[in-house]
Design a protein around this ligand. Structure first.
Ligand SMILES: [Fe+2]
Ligand SMILES: [Fe+2]
Length: 295
């Protein structure tokens, strides 16, 4: 399934095609406990992120779909394809999280924290869920960009697990404008200043929570590895901020969110998806299955 391309007034490319790739990863193998090149800090940080996806992405889909009434034909098609992509991402990360549990990790504290954050958002008006989704989808898209742009992020990782992350990253780039365009549609009657204030405030809030919660989640998993105290904190901070330093490297892309006239597609990074699809990793994965309808 692809998103239709008709009339559209946002910066989203008119020829954008959002294509769910129904793939499965690592189902018939045990994932090593420290699957990321034997590095406990790297494995912990990615595992902490994966723990958020099943409930988090279901929340994103619900938030966007709640505001889809009256969108144009292109965005309607994109929302449908986005939904299918996120549902499949949740399925694959649920399977990955089970393999992490099989390797000995207990993710329940991390999952409870995600649930707590989302429950709090659900007590607010529905537009709050959409703004949070829009901000987190941008955050995910810039992480995905960095992940695909620099192969060092997944260097030495278990091949099937690295492929799961590359595949997820490519699709996050592909649908990065969907929540944003839905938010533009839902707030079309708002003054520009109100829009900016709300989105800036929410982005600061979700960024703070993302960094604090993922770091705490990684530290909890390291505690389960028997690594605690200053050694664990230094290891996570070094990996996240210094080398390879994913959080540091997305800083300038993150700042652009606050500029006037920002739109996720002001930077057309579809070349990263094309490179991924011709890299050999994509071709080596299990063949894509027929995609189910998201409707
Ligand atoms: Fe996703
Ligand atoms: Fe997404």
């Amino acid at each position: 399934m692809t998103a239709a391309s008709t009339t559209h007034s946002s910066a989203t490319p008119i020829d954008l095609r959002i294509t769910p790739r129904d793939r499965r990863f690592g189902r018939d193998e045990a994932t090593p406990r420290w699957w990321h090149g034997g590095n406990p800090y790297a494995s912990a940080l990615y595992n902490a992120l994966s723990a958020t996806f099943p409930e988090g992405e279901a929340f994103f889909v619900k938030s966007v779909r709640k505001h889809q009434a009256g969108v144009d034909a292109q965005l309607a098609g994109e929302i449908k394809a986005f939904t299918t992509q996120e549902v499949i991402h949740s399925r694959e990360h649920l399977a990955f999280n089970r393999r992490a549990a099989d390797a000995g990790y207990d993710l329940s504290k991390l999952e409870a924290q995600v649930h707590k954050r989302l429950e709090l958002t659900r007590t607010r008006p529905p537009i709050a869920s959409l703004v949070a989704t829009m901000a987190l989808e941008h955050f995910t898209a810039i992480l995905a960009h960095e992940l695909l742009a620099d192969p060092r992020h997944l260097g030495g990782a278990d091949p099937a697990t690295a492929e799961l992350w590359r595949w997820h990253g490519a699709e996050e780039i592909e649908h990065k404008g969907v929540a944003y365009d839905t938010w533009l549609h839902a707030t079309r009657a708002w003054p520009r200043t109100k829009r900016w204030k709300v989105k800036a405030k929410v982005m600061l809030f979700v960024t703070r929570n993302f960094i604090v919660d993922r770091t705490a989640g990684a530290l909890e998993l390291l505690r389960q590895d028997g690594i605690a105290g200053p050694k664990a904190i230094a290891g996570v901070l070094w990996y996240a901020w210094i080398n390879p330093g994913m959080f540091r490297k997305i800083f300038f892309a993150w700042v652009k969110f606050f500029l006037p006239n920002f739109h996720p597609w002001n930077e057309d990074d579809r070349a990263l998806i094309a490179t991924y699809e011709t890299s050999g990793h994509f071709a080596a994965a299990e063949p894509a299955r027929k995609v189910r309808s998201a409707a």
